[in-house]
Design a protein around this ligand. Sequence first.
Ligand SMILES: CC(C)(COP(=O)(O)OP(=O)(O)OC[C@H]1O[C@@H](n2cnc3c(N)ncnc32)[C@H](O)[C@@H]1OP(=O)(O)O)[C@@H](O)C(=O)NCCC(=O)NCCS
Length: 187
Amino acid sequence: MTRPRPTGPRRSSAAGARIRALAAADAAVYRALRLRSLREHRDSFTSTYEEEARRPLADSRKRLERTGKRRDDFILGAFAADGAMIGVAGLERLPRRQERHKSRLFGVYVAADHGGQGVGRALVRAVIARARRIAGLEQVHLTVTRSNAAAVRLYRREGFVVYGVERAAVRLAGGGTVDKNHMVLFL
Ligand SMILES: CC(C)(COP(=O)(O)OP(=O)(O)OC[C@H]1O[C@@H](n2cnc3c(N)ncnc32)[C@H](O)[C@@H]1OP(=O)(O)O)[C@@H](O)C(=O)NCCC(=O)NCCS
């Protein structure tokens, strides 16, 4: 699951990737990238490819239509110089009044052919920067498969700390279970 680190010099920037919030017009490309992430990394995500592939494109469009209008619920996309969407990361604020100081980072993914170039870090940083501008928002939570060394390291480097480990958090459709780290960043 953890990708081998690319050899050679690591670029410290996101190699020119442009990051912006997604809107309804991005639905088809977003859905394709999301499905790719679920198909390629079955033990990294709680959602399954099969479940999400059954949902129509209209669902993705509706979601992006809604999030496109809100500051505290958004999905960011990273785009290569040729305009291809190469990565995504989302944030949603918890809806209940007494939990509105908390949010959830979800769906972090960078296409393997663009991995190891700082795109994942740039996406997570962009989410955090936007989160800091949301009035009343104090915490960003996430869950990550405990054995996913690349993702755990990325989140730690950006300031998230593990506050719990959930054993057998996910029972994989293909068999076996994975443990999840619960992590939080206090903004
Ligand atoms: C995890 C993921 C988003 C990282 O994206 P990326 O663009 O390759 O990462 P970056 O190049 O921005 O690297 C940022 C940091 O991530 C960590 N990292 C990235 N690739 C790594 C690897 N192969 N091994 C260990 N750490 C790694 C490092 O901390 C790295 O910074 P550092 O080298 O200064 O320590 C990407 O590998 C991915 O999409 N994986 C599959 C899906 C997934 O696991 N998503 C997370 C779900 S919670």
